[in-house]
Design a protein around this ligand. Structure first.
Ligand SMILES: C[S@@+](CC[C@H](N)C(=O)[O-])C[C@H]1O[C@@H](n2cnc3c(N)ncnc32)[C@H](O)[C@@H]1O
Length: 203
């Protein structure tokens, strides 16, 4: 099943003026962010993490499917690109020192998620890092009355496809990488509590 929710830019048209809480968790993992080289912020949204990564010292490419969001990012980072993570990523092999993805890789089928992981690995330099966060399975409680299951831990809910992860899922999808750290966290986003996993991996 496909959803046009992100392709048609509905998400950012709805959220662009909402207060986005600052949950810049990367500050807690400073020693992994060396701040040198090329970084791809995949599914950057309005770029709160792109901004933090620029401040650390990376040459950041901010990538998203949403033109609405990218127009905001353009205000502080000219290096933007519109792309669809469900397609081949438009970058050469071994381009990035860091691929970063905060809460942006949970919209895809099992097959597309596995392909995306291989694509991320392809564009990372040797020893490059893949760092990000994904929503935890606990989030199912918030959608259980309306969500229709499509695949294991993958649902269609209110126009949107959503994948939630437990530790087993993460170990499966991150198999192409060396996992350096997996950590469970809690945050507040748009006034709701949610659990998420931080992952830090190396090619
Ligand atoms: C929950 S937001 C997170 C945004 C940002 N990383 C942050 O932490 O604020 C998810 C982002 O993924 C983007 N996205 C969803 N599907 C995508 C796709 N197929 N290709 C590229 N970006 C996509 C959305 O447009 C949105 O900006």
């Amino acid at each position: 099943m496909n959803s046009d929710y992100f392709k048609t830019d509905k998400y950012w048209k709805e959220h662009i003026n909402k207060e986005l809480e600052e949950d810049i968790w990367i500050n807690e993992y400073k020693n992994y962010f060396v701040g040198k080289g090329n970084c791809l912020d995949l599914g950057c949204g309005i770029g709160q993490f792109s901004k933090a990564l620029l401040e650390i010292g990376y040459n950041v490419t901010s990538a998203d499917i949403s033109e609405t969001a990218l127009n905001k990012v353009k205000e502080f980072n000219p290096n933007i690109i519109k792309l669809d993570m469900q397609e081949k990523l438009p970058f050469e092999n071994n381009t990035y020192d860091l691929v970063f993805a905060n809460l942006s890789i949970h919209y895809f089928s099992d097959n597309d998620t596995k392909n995306l992981m291989e694509e991320i690995k392809r564009i990372l330099k040797p020893n490059g890092l893949f760092i990000g966060a994904v929503n935890g399975l606990e989030g199912y409680q918030a959608i259980k009355d309306t969500a229709k299951e499509i695949e294991h831990h993958f649902w269609y809910n209110k126009e949107k496809l959503i994948r939630l992860f437990d530790e087993v899922d993460l170990n499966k999808y991150l198999l192409p990488f060396d996992i350096l750290k997996l950590e469970k966290k809690e945050t507040i986003r748009f006034n709701h509590k949610k659990n998420y996993w931080i992952f830090i991996c190396k090619k």
